[in-house]
Design a protein around this ligand. Structure first.
Ligand code: NAD
Length: 415
């Protein structure tokens, strides 16, 4: 944390942009991209999706105070929900007291699946495993870039699926996708080797597609939150009770994990990630034992400080997809100062843990509505039709009365 980022929330937009520009060494053009509100025009939107009629903006904010693996980060977050960016920044500030977040990850292997039917699965498996070298070589011929980098398809595995319509062989390609999310290259390789798989097995290849359950791209994070900063021993104990609730009840766990995803998805949006892929994998992982549970774990260390841990699959990239196309995503990636997809995965995991900490801390102490509704009051005042010069007074009044609602905002505006 530098002096320039402290009390970031009290600065006006220009001052915030000045700080970000300086720290991230933004060019004039990159700053202009941030000032342009949105980053893409219709022409670009029309190239990205079908039947485009316009674009749709969300707020972009900066979470401060993050120290991850001893490196300072400003984390751009794109999210419509109030209090998320403030909560992440606050949690990161507390985590700094004991050195910030420590995060590590696995190799970046995507998993491509080829579904083979009309085969004797056992003998087909033996044949496939015996032809591993040939399959990998064909797969790698589909990406010169990955091959040149020493990455690409690395392993072939097989599994048998028993289904009501008969047994199937699922051939899986494990592909080191480097700094890409890797969906397209994985699909290309799967389609590329499918005819060979058919030839080897004598079966019929039906689906050839990436699995978004990216368990070979796991990320593991932790942080220690000082008991005094958290609010004392009682609050630490209550947070652990709150965690146990989530760990043992799926109705609570879904909301608990939604809080985790508030952090992860906001930062993933800002950097142009495929957020659906991240979400789908995270929730599948949360249900890996057959019972949906918390993506984080909370306990106490020997000094009574709160220890948070997070583990989840994280399929992200810093090349490919829209990352190098969307100008704001490009600038946000630069603001983060990341050098690899695995570093981005670490940042996202830390953001998720931070967010979860703030949510359960609020829930286990004063409750979430006090802080959240105060921030939400601004939206309500705006929705009631208040102008920029009226919003603060209406919010102030509603907070004083403890009556934060659209109806009260309308009444106050009328007055
Ligand atoms: P991409 O198709 O743009 O390919 C990335 C390419 O970048 C690689 O194939 C490689 O040739 C090249 N490259 C250059 N430098 C690299 C480096 N250092 N490391 C790795 N590759 C490098 O992008 P992608 O990552 O293959 O696919 C991501 C996109 O695919 C996302 O937009 C996603 O939404 C979409 N998608 C997702 C799914 C899914 O999740 N099921 C399916 C299809 C498409």
């Amino acid at each position: 944390m530098t002096d320039s980022t402290s009390r970031f929330f009290e600065k006006n937009r220009k001052e915030r942009l000045d700080v970000v520009e300086k720290i991230a060494h933004l060019t004039k053009q990159e700053r202009e991209t941030l000032e342009s509100l949105g980053g893409i025009g219709f022409e670009q939107a029309d190239k990205m999706v079908e039947n485009a009629i316009g674009t749709f903006s969300f707020p972009l904010g900066i979470a401060t105070n993050f120290l991850i693996n001893k490196k300072e980060y400003l984390i751009p977050m794109v999210i419509e929900e109030p209090s998320v960016i403030a909560a992440a920044s606050k949690a990161a500030k507390i985590a700094r007291v004991h050195g910030g977040f420590t995060v590590r990850n696995d190799e970046s292997y995507s998993i491509g699946q080829i579904q083979v039917v009309n085969v004797d699965v056992e003998s087909a498996t033996k044949k496939i495993l015996g032809s591993t070298k040939e399959i990998l070589s064909l797969a790698n011929s589909k990406s010169n870039t990955l091959s040149k980098m020493g990455k690409g398809a690395k392993e072939v595995t097989c599994k048998k699926l028993g289904t009501p319509v008969g047994p199937m062989l699922i051939v899986e390609l494990l592909i080191d996708v480097g700094d890409a999310m890797g969906a397209n290259v994985t699909n290309t390789m799967c389609e590329g080797v499918a005819p060979l798989v058919e030839k080897i097995t004598g079966g019929k290849a039906i689906l050839k597609i990436l699995s978004n359950y990216s368990t070979r791209r796991m990320v593991y994070g932790s942080a220690v939150f000082d008991k005094d900063e958290v609010g004392g021993e009682k609050t630490v104990d209550n947070i652990i009770l709150a965690y146990q609730f989530a760990a043992n009840d799926e109705y609570r766990a879904v909301t608990h994990n939604k809080g985790v995803m508030n952090g992860i998805i906001a930062a993933a949006n800002a950097t142009g990630q495929d957020t659906r892929a991240i979400e789908a994998a995270a929730h599948a992982y949360a249900a890996r034992t057959g019972k949906y549970t918390s993506l984080t774990e909370w306990s106490k260390d020997e000094n009574g400080n709160l220890v948070g841990k997070i583990a989840l699959p994280m399929s992200v990239g810093i090349v490919g997809g829209i990352i190098n196309v969307h100008p704001t995503a490009k600038v946000c990636t630069k603001i983060l100062g990341i050098e690899s997809a695995s570093e981005l995965a670490c940042v996202l995991a830390a953001t998720g843990l931070a967010q979860n900490f703030s949510a359960i801390r609020a829930l286990a102490s004063e409750g979430i509505q006090k802080g959240h509704m105060r921030l939400h009051a601004r939206n309500l005042a705006a929705a009631a039709g208040a102008g920029p010069d009226q919003i603060d007074r209406i919010v102030e009044q509603m907070a004083k009365e403890g009556n934060i609602s659209i109806n009260r905002a309308k009444e106050l505006l009328g007055q």
